[in-house]
Each structure stands twice: as C-alpha cells, then as structure tokens.
Design a protein around this ligand. Structure first.
Ligand code: C5P
Length: 304
C-alpha cells in the first residue's frame, strides 16, 4: 500500500504589477484593470501537515513566523487568507481533516506585492497536492477569485496579462532575466483605501494597452505604461514619492514604479548583479526602508 502524503511544503512568490491601468468601474464598485503581473523570487514558505482526517474534526492551526510575521500578529485566525483558503477548498471538495500550518512570512504585508494572495494561491495548490486531488482549472479559478481579486493571477507564478478585476488571465511569455529591487517605507497601505482615494479623485479612466505588447522592452514599458493608483497611494503615504525618487536615481535603474496599490515600489535592472549592487547603495542611503533584490521566478519550480 502506498502511504498517503502527510505533509507538503509550498513556496508563494510575491507579485509585482509592471503596469496597472484602470480602465473602468463595475456596478459593484470593483475597478477594471489592465495589468501585467510578474513574480519576483521573494517567497513566503508554507508547510502544511495533516493532523487527522476524522469526520467533523476540521481544525486548522496556523503558526506565523519569519521577518514579516509581526504585521499579522493582531489578525484573527478566521480572517487569515491561508485558513480561509483551506476551509473553502475543504467545503468545496467535501474533505474533512485537521491541519497544522506553518507560514514563514518574508513578503511585506498590505504592501501591493500580493503577500496574502500569494499565500492563498499556494495554500490551494498545496492542499490539492496533499489530498492528491485535482480539480478543473475553471473551478480552481472560481475558488481563487472568491478569496481575493489577485489570487487567480497568483496561481500562475509566471508572467501573465490580467484584465477584468483579475479573472481574465492570459500567459505573457517568459520571465526576462532582469534584476529587481523591491522597497517600501514600512507603512501598510490598505488596498480599499487606495481604490477609494482613486475614485474620489474622479479622474478619467485609462485605455487598455493593445494585445501582444512588447512589455519585455524596458524603454517601452517606461514610456507607454504606468500605475494609475500611484497618486492615490502617495496621498495616503507620501513617503512613496521619496522612495520612487531614490530608486529612479540608483545606478543602472531602467524603470522605477509602484506595485499594485502600494506602498512597495520596484526598480528594474538589466541583470540581477546590478540590482544587488544598487540595493547596497539604497540601504546605505535609507536604512529605514525595507528592501530586497533578486530576479524573477518562472514556472520551472525555481525556488529556494
Ligand atoms: O479583492 P481584494 O480583497 O483584493 O480587494 C480589496 C478591495 O479593493 C475591494 O474591496 C475593493 O474596494 C478594492 N478593489 C477594487 N478593484 C479591484 C480590486 C480591489 O476596487 N480590481
């Protein structure tokens, strides 16, 4: 008899929005986007162990550790996206069981780099592996969408073009060999607040970019695209403006921009070595900011 898998480890990469155009607003208030998601090789780590499968004994115990754990210290268990993801999948598949989850939190929280969404996507995929279960792609997508607008793209871990509110996803080719710096001023900026500020500013919507864009061309990206939430996020956390200015003047930086609803910003370099060097300069200049440097991950299981 083959033993059932009793534990599984998953890596949840952060996401960055290379651009984020807001193209409209739905009747329910959600904003329609045109965005390009890529996934830097900065990971949360998720370890899920089965404690028992007795019917009715559905208990998920979560321990959060790592450099960003403190930011989640006050959060109620039932609000945590990892627990909600596991419960949602259990309900959907009619699977009973209790689980111990260890989450090593390396991705900043409420920071525009998809930390919670990445963990949710990784939890769904990890549980399917643990239960040796597969479900149709559209079912998984619907479950993911119910957990948050950014969760479906985070199931991909490779460059994707995203439209609608995050449910229309298409592959966007290979991850370029760019170097990336991520940095933030250590102030959480809640996504709903930024969208509200954007709405209250009542600016014109942006057009979606054409299909088949040359987004791997950094000059094109800098010239033709932007993040439409930047002004709204800066109004909430003015330090974002200082951060962008600092990133843009680092040697070798080809583009500096905010990701998602902020406050994390990124700078792109032709290669990883330049990003690592530039991060040292940034750290010396502004040690109060959180920062990370590395490359992009792809779907080749490229993780620590
Ligand atoms: O779905 P998620 O929890 O990521 O979104 C948080 C909030 O951000 C939503 O309740 C909504 O106010 C706003 N939002 C939006 N349009 C989107 C995504 C999020 O207005 N496309």
């Amino acid at each position: 008899m083959i033993d059932k898998i009793s534990d599984v480890t998953a890596f949840a990469p952060a996401k960055i929005n290379l651009f984020l155009h807001i193209t409209g607003r739905r009747h329910d208030g959600y904003h329609l986007l045109d965005s390009l998601f890529v996934f830097p090789a900065l990971y949360d780590r998720l370890e899920i162990s089965a404690l028992g499968r007795e019917a009715g004994e559905n208990h998920v115990r979560l321990r959060i550790e790592g450099p960003m754990a403190q930011a989640l210290a006050g959060e109620a268990d039932q609000d945590n996206l990892v627990i909600r993801s596991i419960r949602r999948l259990q309900d959907h598949l009619g699977i009973n069981g209790s689980y111990d989850v260890r989450l090593i939190k390396n991705i900043p929280v409420a920071a525009g780099v998809g930390g919670g969404s990445a963990d949710a996507a990784a939890a769904l995929l990890a549980c399917l592996k643990l239960w040796e279960h597969s479900i149709a792609a559209d079912e998984l997508q619907a479950l993911a969408q119910g957990l948050g607008a950014d969760v479906p793209p985070c199931l991909q871990n490779r460059p994707v073009r995203v439209a609608g509110i995050g449910e229309q996803i298409s592959p966007a080719g290979e991850a370029p060999p760019w170097g990336v710096i991520l940095a933030n001023p250590r102030c959480p900026v809640p996504t709903p607040d930024v969208f509200l500020a954007y709405k209250q500013a009542a600016g014109a919507f942006s057009p979606a970019l054409p299909a088949g864009i040359e987004w791997q061309d950094l000059d094109w990206l800098a010239r033709e695209s932007r993040n439409d939430l930047y002004a709204a996020a800066c109004g909430i956390a003015p330090a974002i403006g200082d951060l962008i200015a600092a990133l843009a003047t680092l040697p070798g930086a080809r583009l500096a921009r905010m990701s998602g609803s902020g406050a994390t910003c990124f700078a792109l370099f032709d290669d990883v070595a330049q990003a690592l060097l530039a991060r040292e300069i940034l750290q010396a200049k502004a040690p109060q900011w959180w920062s990370w440097a590395g490359g992009l991950c792809d779907d080749r299981g490229d993780h620590p």
